[in-house]
Design a protein. Structure first.
Length: 461
């Protein structure tokens, strides 16, 4: 539809943080949405001569920002929350893999709906899921996740994961929960060809995403990278999350994780890694040189005692960094907007680090940084004319925030702000903190039922 003929939504009287290249902000301004695009952004009142205006929103007392972009998650873990709460990563994986290995399509669909609903009601407009557990005979897990995202109405990237190193090969997952090398590559290629949309306003994209060095063979890493580049899609995996991983890589491959990734084709501007906690100066330089992205997951890293990622150093070096919820078995809240605050606070821990990150850097991590990491910075991540209409109105005039003069400071440093409205592709999906697209109460019932069913099946196994 031509912009002149598009139906317009006008949002006025709000503070605006555009998160554009110049960090342009307006104390009181407007946005005009035309169809699924942002047509204009500015200070003061919207132009009076606009045609085809179907709705005007008086956003007094609100802050408008780009929609939040989640860059790392494991949706299926929604139905295994609250378990192994005092474990480090490896012990946590050992404790939970026997349960995860028994998920099926119905469970995965319910868990995806729960994960997506929790994020969307908290301001996430673009989500991703790194799903890598495909037990034999479990059904169409990828299709069920994509269906849940479409129903919720969020923009979505499925990182189609895989594992081919089971217990018999020295890996952590049970053997019946891993795929063969050939099977993983074929299923991943089929998922890309069936679901990936490369268009500007794509709602669904797919990435190639072998799980991690300790659950994936070198052949799957190398051939997965070749597959992704042949198909023209992005690459994602876990990297440098714990000191144990560093030791594992040196023992098995004779090198650290970053050098191993580079040797298998896993550094580049089409790659992003989750966590990257234990990075040396040379590792950060390699990521900056190759424009390899990082999904920073502060709450999960703290939950599993993995450590503190060197995010300020990465940003100074020019590494693209976004924020991730991570799976809700290691971040039970499942919310991304709380990660803005947690990223800022955790990266200030230590002597003389009071300026390690500031509020606007944290907001950029959760918006434009995430868009960069997912390869979508031309379409989303900032409020600029021509970009897709993915944005959030945060209510900042309640008891929780009204006495903080700067709305961006209030959003990041303050309590989790209520979401009055969230738009994805020009469509409103949240109103006054409630989802308009799905039934939150029904999702709560179904996720509890599936969590209980999974627990029973695991206990009987």
């Amino acid at each position: 539809m031509a912009p002149s003929a598009a139906e317009r939504v006008v949002i006025e009287n709000c503070a605006i943080a555009t998160v554009d290249a110049g960090d342009t902000e307006h104390a009181s301004g407007y946005l005009v949405l035309a169809g699924n695009r942002i047509e204009s952004v500015g200070a003061g009142k919207a132009p009076e001569d606009l045609r085809n205006v179907v709705r005007r929103i008086d956003a007094t007392g609100h802050l408008a920002t780009p929609g939040l972009v989640n860059t790392h998650h494991h949706f299926y873990q929604w139905i295994t929350r609250g378990l192994a709460t005092d474990h480090n990563l490896f012990n946590w994986l050992v404790a939970l893999y026997p349960t995860w290995a028994r998920i099926d399509e119905q469970m995965t669909y319910a868990a995806a709906r729960g994960s997506l609903a929790m994020m969307a009601r908290g301001g996430v407009t673009t989500a991703m899921d790194h799903h890598y557990v495909y037990p034999h005979g479990s059904g169409d897990l990828s299709g069920s996740i994509i269906r849940a995202a479409a129903e919720t109405g969020v923009r979505f990237t499925l990182a189609r994961g895989s594992m081919d190193r089971g217990e018999k090969d020295g890996g952590l997952p049970p053997d019946f929960a891993v795929e063969t090398l050939e099977g993983a590559l074929a299923a991943t290629e089929e998922t890309v060809k069936k679901h990936h949309d490369a268009s500007f306003d794509a709602m669904t994209q797919v990435a190639v995403a072998p799980c991690s060095p300790f659950s994936v063979s070198t052949e799957l890493m190398r051939e997965g990278a070749e597959l992704a580049r042949r198909l023209g899609v992005r690459l994602h995996t876990h990297g440098s999350e714990t000191v144990e991983e560093e030791k594992f890589c040196h023992e098995l491959f004779g090198t650290g994780p970053t050098d191993y990734f580079e040797s298998t084709g896993w550094l580049g501007e089409d790659v992003w890694m989750a966590h990257c906690v234990h990075m040396t100066d040379s590792d950060i330089a390699a990521f900056a040189r190759t424009r390899t992205g990082v999904a920073h997951c502060p709450s999960s890293n703290a939950r599993l005692a993995a450590g503190i990622a060197r995010v300020p150093d990465m940003l100074r070096a020019g590494v693209p960094v976004g924020l991730g919820v991570d799976g809700t078995a290691s971040n039970e809240s499942g919310e991304l907007h709380t990660e803005l605050r947690n990223a800022l606070l955790i990266n200030r821990l230590g002597a003389h680090r009071e300026a390690a990150l500031n509020a606007r850097q944290a907001l950029r991590l959760g918006t434009h940084g995430g868009a960069q990491v997912l390869g979508r910075a031309e379409q989303i991540g900032s409020l600029e004319p021509g970009k897709l209409a993915d944005l959030v109105l945060w209510k900042m005039d309640t008891l929780a925030h009204a006495s903080i003069a700067d709305p961006v400071t209030a959003l990041v440093f303050g309590a989790a702000a209520p979401v009055t409205a969230s738009f994805v592709n020009g469509r409103q999906i949240v109103e006054n903190g409630r989802l308009l697209t799905v039934d939150e109460d029904a999702i709560a019932v179904s996720t509890r039922a599936e969590a209980q069913r999974l627990a029973r099946i695991t206990a009987q196994a």
